[in-house]
Design a protein around this ligand. Structure first.
Ligand code: FE2
Ligand code: FE2
Length: 150
């Protein structure tokens, strides 16, 4: 499997998003109301400094690459951007005290992250030139650092 080293910072953060997704689904399906509230509060707190910046970096640095040449990529970008917006809405609901979206949040976070790693990154790996990778690397600078301190 061909990998793009420039995408490593995002992949590091994807390890975290996958573990958060599993935790959200597990907690949401359990009976511990306090644990659900605590996890929702944590998500609300971390979202603006960790997950929105991750989504912003994807939208700014990746989404759009080869979209005009590849309809499959164009569809993927539209779907993934729409999913980012759904996370915004769910986190806003959590902020208002509605923790009932926790399970849906976890399920989508898992499928979203897998879609990026397995479909988007794979597809881009076969298309990007060395100079495009350098541009991407620069664009993603600073990402993945948070993953190290998590
Ligand atoms: Fe994403
Ligand atoms: Fe991502």
């Amino acid at each position: 499997m061909k990998r793009i080293p420039a995408l490593k910072p995002l992949s590091m953060e994807h390890h975290l998003s996958l573990s958060l997704a599993v935790k959200a689904m597990r907690t949401a399906r359990g009976n511990d109301t306090a644990a659900k509230q605590a996890l929702c509060a944590r998500i609300v707190e971390e979202y603006p400094t960790r997950w929105r910046p991750h989504f912003d970096a994807e939208e700014r640095c990746l989404f759009g690459l080869y979209a005009e040449l590849d309809p499959e990529l164009e569809r993927l970008y539209a779907q993934l951007t729409d999913e980012h917006d759904r996370f915004d809405a769910w986190v806003e609901a959590m902020k208002q005290g509605d923790c009932s979206v926790l399970e849906a949040f976890g399920e989508l976070l898992q499928s979203h992250t897998r879609l990026e790693e397995r479909r988007l990154f794979e597809r881009l790996a076969g298309m990007m030139s060395a100079s495009e990778m350098r541009v991407l690397e620069r664009c993603l600078e600073g990402h993945g650092e948070a993953a190290k301190t998590f």
